[in-house]
Design a protein around this ligand. Structure first.
Ligand SMILES: Cc1cc2nc3c(=O)[nH]c(=O)nc-3n(C[C@H](O)[C@H](O)[C@H](O)COP(=O)(O)O)c2cc1C
Length: 162
């Protein structure tokens, strides 16, 4: 039986150059679309799915390779005036990452590269990010290159039971 993809998901930062298959991308798009959003304000976030080589290179250059050469990026942007956008984006990122794990793909939540992109307005335009939105998280996705580290994660956060 397949492992629970929530538990299987690990931050993966080394990717094979093999592209992600189209049907797999569509499953992750469906996972993105199924994400919750604050007060059903669906305009709080939007995303760009990037597979175009030239655009991936531009993102890599602008962000000093913050996305680790992944062949697929979900660039998720939040509406700057929305109180929910950042949270919506984070919830959607987790949906995409869990779906990636279910497909035996590796992924990582990238905040550093997301923030850097906002200093490149022309690139934001090329990515189709609407005015008034800021990139808040990029989910980098690809086939893992090599063995994925699986450190024990039990008890890593403080958890109170009462
Ligand atoms: C808010 C947030 C920001 C993150 N930013 C980055 C980042 O910029 N670059 C990166 O390589 N990983 C980033 N990560 C991934 C974390 O480093 C990773 O999730 C954490 O080390 C726990 O490991 P695990 O995901 O394998 O459980 C980020 C994760 C979160 C939740």
């Amino acid at each position: 039986m397949m492992e629970n993809p929530i538990l299987q998901r690990r931050a993966v930062r080394k990717y094979a150059s093999t592209p992600v298959a189209g049907p797999d991308i569509e499953e992750m798009v469906a996972a993105f679309e199924a994400a919750p959003c604050g007060m059903h304000q669906v305009e709080g976030m939007q995303a760009t799915v990037v597979t175009d080589e030239a655009l991936l290179k531009k993102v890599a250059t602008a962000s000093s390779n913050a996305c680790y050469g992944a062949p697929l990026l979900f660039v998720i942007s939040a509406k700057k005036t929305s109180p929910f956008g950042d949270r919506d984006a984070s919830a959607a990122a987790e949906n995409v990452m869990v779906q990636a794990a279910a497909l035996d793909l590796g992924s990582v939540y990238v905040m550093s590269g997301a923030q850097v992109l906002n200093g490149h307005p022309n690139l934001l335009k090329e990515l189709g990010v609407d005015d008034g939105y800021a990139v808040t998280v990029i989910v980098a996705i690809g086939h893992p290159a090599g063995k994925v580290d699986t450190p024990d994660r039990t008890h890593r956060y403080k958890l109170v039971r009462r």
